[in-house]
Every structure is written in C-alpha cells, then in structure tokens.
Design a protein around this ligand. Structure first.
Ligand code: SAM
Length: 300
C-alpha cells in the first residue's frame, strides 16, 4: 500500500515520439483529457500530467505516438546527444524505451544497434521498435560483451548508451521491499543483497570498460536505476584510470540538474543523481564520458 501510495503521488510523465506526432499535436490531444498538461523544463518533448492520470489505453499510447516513460529514464538519451548521422549502440536495450528515444533524437536517421542478450526480452524490444516506427534501429540479439569493437559496423560507432542490468533499487516498489513479509532475517537479506549488488557492479564495470574500448566512440553514457554507490559512483571510479588511458574524461551530464553524484571522488559533480522522494521520479544515475581529442587527462 505504501509503495503504491508513493507511486500514485508521482506526476504522470509521457514522452512524445516525434517520429510519429509533433509536440503541439500531442499537447492538443492531451488537453482534451486534462487542462493541466505541461512541458518539462529539462527534457525536450516530455509532458507532465497530474498524478494518477491513466493513459495506458489512450489511442496515442497504443499507436506509439506517446511513450509512457518516467523523467529519470528520459535522461540518458539526451545526455548521449547523438547526431542524426551517427552510428550508435544501445548496449543493453530491452524493453527499448531508451532505444526509441535515441531514434527520435536522431530523427529516424543514422543507425542504432540495439543489443539485447535475453531471448524473451528481445521480442519485447522488437515490438517497442516496431510500434515506435523507429526504422533506423537494428536489433542485435546477443551479448554486448561479445561484440568485437574492431569489426564493422561497430568499429564506426560514435556513441554508446549503456543502461545495464542493475539492482533496481531506485524504483519505489523495490525500495519498499522490506515492508513485505518474508521468512528471511534482516541480516541474511542484507548479505544476499550486498552480494547481488557486488556481482552486478562487476558486470557493470566490465560492460562500461568494453564500451570505452570502441575505436571511434566519442561519447559513452552509463546509467542505472540504482541508488547504491557501488553501482553508480563506485563503477565510474573503478573504470576512470582505463577511461583516461583511452583518452576519455568525465563531462557534466545535464548541467542544469541540481543534484549531482555523491562526493566520493574529485569530479563526482559531473554525475547526475535523482531521488524518488525528493525529485518525484525514480532514483536514477547518469554519467557521461567524452573522448578528449589528443589523449588522456585528469578529472576536471
Ligand atoms: N535500456 C532499457 C530501457 O530503457 O528500456 C532497459 C535496460 S535493462 C536495465 C537491462 C537490460 O540489459 C536487460 O534487458 C538485460 O536482459 C540486458 N542485458 C544484460 N546483460 C546483457 C549483455 N551482456 N548484453 C546485452 N544485454 C544485456
């Protein structure tokens, strides 16, 4: 009940799929539903409706013109900021919300290789891409870690969005797990969770290092819906020496967003954090690596 309470108090965010409909058309249509629809001031084409507005069966949602996507989840694609003629990889793509967001930012041009390892989730990814009309997306069913960065077409990729499996601790329902009945004791649960998070973080580090190793890549975005330091600042900090060696620096993601990374290393102010209760959206984390022309550098 408590989990539902928090969820319901959050505004309803909906992203306009500009491959199918203009923002003004979407606004006009939604205004027939409620007068209090407004535009988000941070994420272009994101609209905000009152908490509890049910749009699941709205015709524009069913036909892919509107995407029900929280504000935090809409942050990584604009941070990657791909040019329309780029080739990019969405490394861990299903169900595909960020893939089709990238497709709209690239105006349906260029090429997005959307990689997903799980055979059930890849079906969902294909469906998302189809309904969004994202014809510049090529779905790759396989393990991102096994993609050879030196082979075409991947050797030409200039942007990578990496939103890997994570603890999901930033989502409201998960954060309130502890309210649910269970046979396990608190400390057993804590140990199991710690172990799970450590395993996830090790995978996240490997995937991020793999992304930073693509020869033509200029921008890499790493994001999670976790609130744990280990999966967020911990992962970024662990890969920094190799990131520098590849000529990357940390750049400031969403400079106008006030809430930054935990100050556990110099440069954490470049990172973005959101908090579900404070910010009325999922707890989320975003980091941006940009390749500095001319070699390795220190964190600014
Ligand atoms: N970015 C997605 C979105 O916004 O719709 C959500 C991605 S979800 C957090 C992580 C996804 O990565 C899962 O679907 C998972 O199956 C997939 N995944 C995990 N390990 C992978 C790997 N080694 N290669 C490719 N996909 C992987």
């Amino acid at each position: 009940v408590a989990a539902q309470g928090i969820e319901i108090s959050m505004p309803r965010y909906v992203r306009v799929n500009t491959l199918k409909i203009s923002r003004s058309e979407a606004l006009k249509s939604l205004k027939q539903l409620t007068d209090s629809v407004r535009e988000d001031d941070l994420i272009p084409d994101l609209l905000i409706l009152p908490a509890g507005t049910d749009l699941h069966k709205h015709a524009l949602v069913l036909d892919g013109s509107l995407v029900l996507q929280g504000k935090a989840s809409c942050m990584p694609a604009p941070v990657l900021d791909p040019r329309p003629d780029w080739e990019v990889i969405d490394a861990c793509a299903a169900p595909g919300n960020k893939t089709v967001h990238l497709a709209t930012l690239m105006k349906g041009k260029g090429r997005i290789y959307a990689c997903e390892v799980d055979s059930k989730r890849v079906l969902r990814l294909r469906e998302t891409v189809k309904i969004a009309g994202a014809s510049n997306v090529e779905v790759h069913h396989g393990d991102f870690l096994k993609i050879d960065p030196k082979k075409l077409p991947y050797s030409k990729v200039r942007g990578i969005l990496l939103d890997p499996s994570c603890s999901g601790s930033g989502t409201k329902v998960q954060r309130l797990d502890h309210l649910l009945p269970s046979n396990t004791t608190g400390s057993q649960k804590d140990d199991a969770e710690k172990q799970r998070v450590e395993q996830l973080a090790q995978f996240q580090e490997r995937a991020l290092l793999h992304a930073l190793g693509f020869p033509a890549v200029e921008r890499v975005v790493y994001s999670t819906c976790s609130i744990y330091q280990r999966e967020n600042e911990g992962v970024v900090q662990a890969v920094l020496p190799q990131a520098f060696a590849h000529g990357f620096r940390l750049a400031t993601a969403l400079p106008n967003w006030p809430h930054r990374g935990l100050p556990v290393f110099d440069g954490a102010h470049h990172l973005v954090r959101t908090d579900s209760e404070r910010d009325q959206m999922d707890g989320f984390f975003v980091a941006l690596f940009v390749r500095k022309k001319g070699g390795a550098t220190e964190v600014e």
